[in-house]
Ligand binder design. Structure first.
Ligand code: CDP
Length: 234
């Protein structure tokens, strides 16, 4: 059985939904690392910071005043200075700033070890942008989930609509493309496919089909039960 599964990919590729269902089916811990970056972003927004402030290199100072607690589960719950912000981190305002926050090396240094520590604490399915490359380079299975930009933007738009957030589809598409571009071009831990990752294009697949595919990848090589070696006796 693969013990640590890394799922990376661009915005809206279906990582969260698929990783959560896969973890549930395997009985593994599910960890959404995007929630960490979103929590730091919400903190900066509440301090009134903007993109330009982040470029002035004062990030380390602003990080000193924050406490973030993470409670992994079926949803990765996040607490900012003791307050449950699990819903507040999923707004268009956070979407608009998060990639600028996540490209700062100070922020990544601040979050790297804790993410790795939680991910290795038990069998896990971990999703993000740099899981297979930086957080869990030794993962037993690495998946790079992708989909056409228009499909990803439509999914994100539907998700926001379900939460009662009415945003123009074109605005969502622009944000998805902008985040992809910043995430993949940053110098520190960019979004990229690990060399040993399996690429799955979810554009024309249902959630169930993707989960099934990943479940087969995660369990292939199992011979039933949890034995480590097979000894040939006949
Ligand atoms: O759900 P979606 O894929 O749209 O985003 P997310 O996983 O919540 O991540 C939000 C943002 O956090 C991404 O656009 C990245 O800028 C950043 N992120 C990252 O840099 N590294 C990770 N491991 C996870 C997220």
């Amino acid at each position: 059985m693969k013990q640590h599964i890394a799922i990376d990919g661009p915005a809206g590729a279906g990582k969260s939904t698929v990783a959560r269902l896969l973890a549930r089916r395997l009985g593994y811990l599910y960890l959404d690392t995007g929630a960490f970056y979103r929590a730091v972003t919400l903190h900066f927004l509440e301090l009134g910071l903007e993109k330009e402030d982040l470029e002035r290199g004062e990030i380390a100072r602003f990080l000193q005043s924050v406490r973030i607690d993470i409670c992994p589960g079926d949803e990765t719950r996040v607490f900012l200075n003791g307050r449950d912000v699990s819903r507040d981190i999923r707004t268009p305002e956070v979407d608009a700033l998060v990639s600028y926050v996540a490209k700062a090396p100070e922020v990544r240094d601040f979050l790297r070890e804790v993410q790795r520590h939680i991910a290795l604490s038990q069998p896990s399915v971990v999703e993000g942008r740099d899981i297979g490359t930086v957080i869990l380079p030794e993962a037993d299975l690495k998946v790079f989930l992708t989909a056409l930009p228009e499909v990803r933007a439509r999914r994100r738009w539907q998700e926001l609509a379900l939460r009662g957030k009415k945003v123009d589809y074109k605005v969502v598409l622009k944000n998805v493309l902008e985040r992809d571009s910043i995430d993949s071009q940053r110098s520190c831990a960019p979004l990229q496919q690990a060399q040993d990752a399996v690429v799955v294009d979810t554009s024309h697949l249902t959630v169930e089909e993707v989960v099934e595919k990943l479940y087969i990848l995660a369990t292939e090589g199992n011979h039933g039960g949890s034995c480590g070696h097979l000894f040939r006796i006949l």
